[in-house]
Design a protein. Structure first.
Length: 167
């Protein structure tokens, strides 16, 4: 089994019976993978991005238990320790694990975004959240201007917002 297959398997076990969370990270993963490939990420950065996309919301479960909230600031606190345990159990190297945990700790922070993996993770998460959260056109336009930097992410947002399946 490849590295992503192992992470997806572990995350499905982690979020057992929580279909909404599982579907969310699978959608974010698919978009992040596609954007990263289209933007020409090197192999190592692409691997970091893909692992981060699958695990980015791993902090939600503990956030809801500890704070009765899935707010982004709590996810950023609770996510990295859970991701570190999961990735160490899967024998990922420490440099990849460190970057993935850093991305998880910042994926709801939108200033001083360093690294294309960071931008793409945030764009992919927003692409999914725009429709899962039924954001208004005004919100989508604001997010597009403030957050989206990659040409692929901008194109995906433009194509996806043209017609939401729920309309």
């Amino acid at each position: 089994m490849g590295h992503i297959g192992k992470v997806i398997n572990a995350m499905i076990d982690y979020y057992e019976n929580d279909v909404r969370r599982i579907n969310h990270f699978l959608k974010v993963y698919g978009l992040a993978k596609s954007i990263g490939e289209m933007e020409g990420l090197d192999k190592h950065t692409q691997k970091i991005l893909e692992v981060a996309a699958v695990t980015h919301d791993i902090g939600i479960k503990n956030s809801e238990q500890k704070y009765n909230s899935a707010a982004g600031n709590y996810q950023q606190i609770e996510g990295p320790p859970e991701a570190r345990k999961l990735l160490e159990n899967l024998s990922f190297d420490s440099s990849l694990t460190d970057r993935v945990c850093w991305l998880i700790a910042h994926h709801h922070t939108y200033d001083n975004m360093n690294g294309l993996d960071y931008h793409i993770l945030v764009e992919a998460d927003f692409l999914v959240n725009v429709f899962e959260d039924h954001l208004s056109e005004v919100s989508i336009q604001s997010i597009s201007k403030k957050i989206f930097k990659t040409e692929t992410g901008k194109r995906f947002l433009s194509k996806l917002k043209a017609k939401d399946d729920n309309e």
